[in-house]
Write a protein that binds this ligand. Sequence first.
Ligand SMILES: NC(=O)c1ccc[n+]([C@@H]2O[C@H](COP(=O)([O-])OP(=O)(O)OC[C@H]3O[C@@H](n4cnc5c(N)ncnc54)[C@H](O)[C@@H]3O)[C@@H](O)[C@H]2O)c1
Length: 265
Amino acid sequence: MLDIVEKSVARGRNFDLTGRVVIITGAGQGIGREYARQFAAAGAIPVVAEINRDNAHRVVDEIVADGGSAMAVRTDVADAASVADAVRSVMDAYGRIDGLVNNAGIFSTLKMREFTEIPLDEWDLVLRVNITGCFLTARAVAPVMKERNWGRIINITSGSVPLGVKNYMHYVTSKSALIGMTNSMARELGAFGVTVNAVQPGGTFTEVPRETVTEAGKAWLKQTQCIPREEVPMDLVGLVLFLNTEAAGFITGQTIACDGGLTHW
Ligand SMILES: NC(=O)c1ccc[n+]([C@@H]2O[C@H](COP(=O)([O-])OP(=O)(O)OC[C@H]3O[C@@H](n4cnc5c(N)ncnc54)[C@H](O)[C@@H]3O)[C@@H](O)[C@H]2O)c1
C-alpha cells in the first residue's frame, strides 16, 4: 500500500506532456486553436479534429511553422462514422491517444433569442453537436485509453450554466448536460486510469467575431469577475494542459471554473 502511495506521489510531480497525443475537437479556430498551439509548445502532439478542413490544416501549418508537431483530421463530432475514422487515423499515425479535449461546439455562430423563438432544427443541432458529439468522441477513445490504463478526457462546459444566461437556452442546456456526463463517465473510467473532468470557461474573447458580444456585456463581465479584465484563450491553457498531465491523475469527476472568479460553486 505504501509502495502504491509512494509511486503516486512520484507521478504527482510529473508535469511533462512530451509526446502525448491529445485530440482537440473544434480546434480550427478560437479557444481550441490556442489549446492546440500550446499543447504543441509543451511538446505534445495535438490532433486538430475539426469540421472545417481548411481551418484544421491552417492551425497545423501554424504549429509546424513554430517547430511543433500536429495532425489535422477533418472530423464531424456529430457523426459516429466520421469520429471512428478520425480515431482510426490517429491510431494509425501514432498508435496511442493520451487525451481528448471535447471543445467543439455550436457557439460563436449562435443568435441570441428567447427560447420560444428557437427553431427546432437549431435546437436539435446544438444538442447533437454539443452533447452527442462529446458522447461519440469519448465512446470512440475510451477503449484505447482503457487498454493502456491511461487517459484524460476533458469536456468544455460554460459559465453560462451556473449564471443561467438567458436567450441562449439550447446552448446552456447542452453545456449543463456535459456536467452530468462528466460525473457519470468519470465513475465508469476511474478504475482504468482514465480521468474525466469538465472545464468551465467564462466569457472568453477570441479572434472570432460574435454577434452576441456587446460592449455592455463585456463591461458586465469585467465588473462581475474577481479579476476585472477580459478573459482570453490563454487563460484556459494552464488548466487544460495540467489536467492532461500525470500530476493531475487523482482529479476526476470535477467541473472546474477558469473564469477570473465570474462564478463560484
Ligand atoms: N468563447 C467563450 O466565451 C466560451 C465560454 C464558455 C465556453 N465556451 C466553449 O468553448 C468551446 C470553444 O469556444 P470558441 O469560442 O472557440 O467557439 P467557436 O465557435 O469559435 O469554435 C468552435 C469550433 O468548433 C467547430 N465545430 C463546430 N461544429 C463541429 C462539429 N460538428 N465537428 C467538429 N468541429 C465542429 C467549429 O468549426 C469551430 O472551429 C466551445 O465548446 C464553447 O461552447 C466558449
